[in-house]
Design a protein. Structure first.
Length: 560
């Protein structure tokens, strides 16, 4: 029974006892208690007309806990709903594409097929992008043709349209992969930021709403803008920290006129995303039709800010304060239009701060990854160990971070065994490596069940393993190891199997629903079956990896 139910029961118990206790007659003799009055059955809430599914890229449970007391805008509303502070992107591949693929499919990356942002495809001799159609001759690694065809599982929007074609499935984000993975295969509209405006799939024209948003955003960028204010509560994180030959921790996002290049690394891109979402609500009359609609909005700036400046500086503090106001405006716009909507907010993954600041703050073991673990350097080492010369540029691809290592094409079975053995031996002996797995052995591991907080590293890795796309060897770095060589636009990242990358908040809100907070661990794959239950969408057993969460807050369970 949920906390909300307990609170209601505690409130009613004294009243119930007073009604059932024997009354005393004037002569002092007890009289028979009155007949109990049956409680009136609570009328079920009508099904919502609009599902608003929000993702905040790189919004860890740690950031949520750190800043929740300071929110005054949209987050405040969500905090009045069903709050699950211990949500999990349960898998090891904690990147944007895999994480977004779980949010509305209800299944882990092992079933969505989205095992990373990129994976090596030996058939074409290069890495492919998770939201790319590399079959298209116009597609390239630098300029992929954006597509949904890599996604193996249907999204909630796909299932809603299958049940009733009148449902609309709409997505908007600053990132193409976020919009594609949340909308799936049947998007009525999907937009993302590219270069100097919002765009869509190559065979679609921009709608009037998207064109209007591009005009408004271009006007803002062309004019430039002053630095953004830092709330008083940002003071404790407002300090310069040196990283190589530059510093982080004090930037306030002033915008030079015409600076389209860095626009997506500021809170302003989230504001533009929210504005476009509202324009699409009006243009498509979302939430006003005969069938429920789905609007997916992925806010990307938290991720861009986190990568560029880390998670513990004034930059992130300003970003979350601005996002709080952006969310508030989005909710207010839906309220003004009289739409009955349910909102859910979660994230695709978490993140870790720059190791230079972590070390200053006492995290002594935080460190940059050893360059010897990059694919280029490992290729040289393993070629020497095995005496196998690469036929192409290098022997190995991937590596350099937690995740997959692919072999160059053309190796014989004997050579593959040699490379696998040599690679596992080398990596297992390295102090920055926590675990190494042979893909053939990992494929035999059962798909994990139960509490995601208790999963082993092997189970977490299995949850994002696809035998068709994953590497021949998978390596997991130790806690606190940060991949990459820092520069002024990149200081830290995510992608590890550790909980700072896996744990994310999950918040549900609907007008009239009782609020509660449930600390038990839940999973992002629980979101889709929960929302499906709210709109009465029934799917066969096995559709979801997750379970329905009872977030209704009324006397009737959501998950009937």
């Amino acid at each position: 029974m949920r906390a909300a139910r307990f609170a209601l029961a505690s409130f009613l118990t004294p009243l119930a006892l007073s009604l059932s206790a024997p009354s005393i007659a004037q002569d002092g003799a007890p009289t028979a208690p009155p007949a109990p009055v049956p409680a009136a059955a609570a009328a079920p809430m009508p099904k919502p007309k609009l599902i608003l599914a929000i993702s905040i890229d790189q919004f860890s449970a740690d950031l949520f806990a750190q800043y929740r007391e300071h929110f005054t805008g949209g987050f405040t509303r969500l905090l009045g709903g069903a709050v699950y502070p211990q949500g999990f992107q349960s898998h090891a591949a904690t990147e944007t594409c895999p994480g977004h693929s779980t949010l509305l499919t209800g299944v882990h990356p092992a079933r969505t097929g989205i095992i990373a942002n990129n994976w090596y495809d030996a058939r074409i001799g290069r890495e492919v992008y998770c939201a790319e159609d590399e079959r298209d001759p116009a597609s390239s690694a630098k300029r992929p043709v954006v597509s949904n065809w890599h996604l193996k599982a249907p999204t909630l929007g796909d299932l809603m349209k299958r049940a009733d074609p009148a449902s609309r499935n709409v997505a908007v984000s600053a990132k193409d992969r976020a919009a594609v993975m949340m909308s799936g295969h049947t998007a009525d509209a999907a937009y993302w930021w590219l270069d100097n405006g919002f765009t869509s799939f190559k065979d679609r024209q921009l709608s009037a709403a998207a064109q209007a948003q591009n005009v408004a955003t271009a006007k803002l960028i062309d004019a430039g803008a002053p630095a953004l204010p830092a709330p008083a509560w940002c003071g404790k994180v407002d300090r310069a920290v040196p990283v190589k030959d530059f510093t982080i921790g004090t930037f306030r996002f002033p915008m030079k006129p015409g600076d389209y290049k860095t626009f997506n690394r500021t809170p302003r891109v989230d504001a533009a995303t929210g504005e476009l979402a509202v324009r699409l609500v009006d243009e498509m009359s979302l939430g006003k039709g005969t069938a429920p609609d789905l609007l997916s909005v992925s806010f990307s700036a938290t991720d861009y800010v986190g990568h560029a400046y880390g998670t513990e500086g004034v930059e992130m503090c300003i970003q979350l304060a601005q996002l709080d106001q952006t969310l508030g405006k989005l909710f207010a716009a839906l309220d003004q239009r009289g739409i009955d909507y349910v909102a859910v907010l979660s994230a695709d993954h978490g993140g870790i701060d720059a190791p230079e600041r972590l070390q200053v703050d006492g995290y002594a073991t935080a460190q940059r990854i050893d360059p010897a673990l990059t694919a280029e350097e490992l290729s040289k080492t393993i070629a020497q160990d095995t005496r196998i010369k690469p036929r192409t540029k290098q022997l190995l691809y991937g590596a350099g971070a937690s995740g997959d290592i692919w072999f160059e094409p053309g190796l014989s079975a004997s050579q593959q065994r040699k490379v696998t053995a040599a690679l596992i031996k080398r990596l297992s002996a390295h102090p920055q490596i926590a675990a190494v797995y042979d893909a053939k052995a990992l494929a035999k591991v059962p798909v994990p069940q139960g509490n995601p907080q208790d999963w082993t590293i092997e189970q977490r890795t299995r949850a994002s393993f696809d035998p068709q796309r994953s590497g021949q060897v998978l390596m997991m770095t130790q806690r606190g190891v940060v991949p990459g060589d820092p520069n002024p636009s990149y200081t830290t990242t995510h992608g590890s199997p550790w909980d700072y990358d896996r744990r994310v908040p999950m918040l549900f809100w609907r007008k009239g629903v009782l609020g509660f907070e449930q600390p038990r661990p839940v999973e992002t794959v629980d979101i889709a079956p929960t929302l499906a239950a709210l709109i009465g969408l029934s799917e066969p057993a096995g559709t979801w990896d997750g379970q329905c969460l009872d977030i209704d807050g009324s006397a009737a369970d959501t998950c009937r």
